[in-house]
Design a protein around this ligand. Sequence first.
Ligand code: 5GP
Length: 190
Amino acid sequence: MKELEDKILSEGEVYPGNILKVGSFLNHQLDVDFLMKMGKEISELFEAAGITKILTIEASGIAIAVPAGYFLHVPVIFAKKGQAKNLSGQTYSTKVKSFTHGNLYDVAVSKEYLKSTDTVLLIDDFLANGNALNGLIDLVNQAGASLAGAAIAIEKGFQGGGDALRNKGIRVESLAIVDNMDNNTVVFRS
Ligand code: 5GP
């Protein structure tokens, strides 16, 4: 998505550890008009996939999952981090390795909201090594639901998570793929 690439170039900041900060529109302040455009783009990519639920992970994935859910007319579930003490009833849970902190954390969804009859679209803000998406895939598999694929705002292609999932036959659509950020210069996959 050209407009996202332009926004990353003008507003993104490269931090040590191969972290791209996009706090001005996606990760801290939310550019709602622009999030709606990204949600529309995702809905057009997956409109024929028979999606019944979107699954994301709190907190940053929610901002892009909600507009996609609006255009696809489906509910958005966000997997909750932590021991899920505030979830009632039974849950599916898994462990995810944090990209930014390196630690393992639990994520959970209530069995009430993810069913074997669902066709699920995964959404997240960033895709790096693929740990967050693999955790969400585990939750979908535990529920016996069908996986339609994953839609990501910004994939850091050089970290390999997206291509590993594609090689497993999973449909991964990223609105922008960064191929490298050497010398603080963002280069996109063409
Ligand atoms: P993965 O699990 O694919 O290694 O990393 C994806 C998760 O880590 C995303 O949910 C996102 O929150 C976070 N993340 C990974 N790389 C970046 C980055 O460069 N910038 C930001 N803001 N978050 C990132």
